[in-house]
Design a protein around this ligand. Structure first.
Ligand code: HEC
Ligand code: HEC
Length: 232
């Protein structure tokens, strides 16, 4: 498989540099071991934890299809929270819930520390009409007062770069995945957002709005997150 070749090269690199990363990212578990996390990402664990790289790739870019989210650019805090939410059922997905329930607390902390330090490979965004992009840009940056829809970037930060540690970046994320999450909130399968902030917004948007916003964000380049995120 495609990622096997990557792993051979990346593990020694991660082993060398992981130590530098570990304490430098926003609010993950203090004793997380990113090097051990890299091992789980590459090969999984024999108690039912499937190698994350199979779907998310070793650098967090996933396979380009948009079925699996990019994990690059997210804080360790956010990644850990999602894995715990999949395990508890406040977020539900047949694949991820099964995997997260098998993970030990230290596995969750370690893979999150690892993925919070990776740089994704840029992927080409899907085609979009100028009309859809204009709609997506408007909703993301200005919102829609008539429908009481707040601008996404009001919370997700300028250019969707995220607000550490709790609000994830949307920049560069797959449009398909963004739209899918909005539908999950609307239908109540994802209910892990504090005060239902996202569920409320998702219910006010139609299918075309959701598609347009995803197409906008997938086109925004991901900043150089790990370096930018380093704490003083
Ligand atoms: C067989 C494919 C597959 C494997 C293996 C897999 N994932 Fe996932 N992962 C998914 C899918 C699909 C989603 C999207 C779920 C949804 O729509 O809510 C996801 C979502 C996630 C999310 C949520 C990301 C976000 O932006 O909120 C995290 C975190 C995550 N996976 C971490 C992991 C980790 C860590 C591993 C390895 C221990 C792993 N995944 C293994 C398929 C996979
Ligand atoms: C009031 C603040 C707020 C606003 C406004 C907001 N969000 Fe969010 N959003 C959040 C929070 C908080 C989370 C993290 C929820 C969690 O912990 O899982 C989130 C998560 C998400 C996610 C999940 C990302 C992932 O990786 O799984 C998507 C997609 C998303 N928001 C899209 C949007 C879009 C599109 C808009 C604009 C229409 C928007 N958000 C506006 C607060 C907000």
């Amino acid at each position: 498989m495609k990622f096997h070749r990557l792993i051979i090269f990346v593990i020694p690199i991660a082993a060398g540099t992981g130590v530098l990363f570990i304490n430098s990212f926003a609010a993950g578990s203090p004793r997380a071991d990113a090097v051990r996390g890299a091992g789980i990402v590459a090969t999984g664990a024999d108690y039912g934890v499937v190698a994350c790289a199979r779907c998310h790739a070793f650098d967090g870019t996933a396979d380009g299809s948009g079925a699996f989210p990019k994990l690059s650019g997210m804080s360790a805090y956010y990644l850990e929270k999602q894995l715990r939410d999949f395990a508890s059922g406040s977020r539900s997905d047949p694949i991820m819930s099964a995997i997260a329930r098998k993970m030990k607390p230290e596995d969750i902390a370690d893979v999150s520390a690892y993925y919070s330090g990776v740089h994704a490979t840029p992927t080409p965004p899907p085609a979009a009409t100028p009309e859809l992009l204009a709609l997506g840009t408007r909703l993301a940056t200005v919102g829609d007062e008539d429908r009481k829809v707040q601008a996404c970037e009001g919370c997700h930060g300028p250019h969707g770069r995220g607000e550490d540690p709790a609000i994830p970046p949307l920049a560069g994320q797959y449009a398909h995945y963004i739209a899918f999450q909005m539908r999950m909130w609307r239908m109540g399968y994802r209910k892990n957002d504090a005060n239902q902030q996202m569920a409320t917004i998702a219910k006010r948007l139609g299918p075309q709005d959701i598609e347009a916003i995803g197409l906008y964000f997938e086109r925004v380049p991901q900043p150089d997150f790990p370096k930018d995120r380093r704490q003083p």
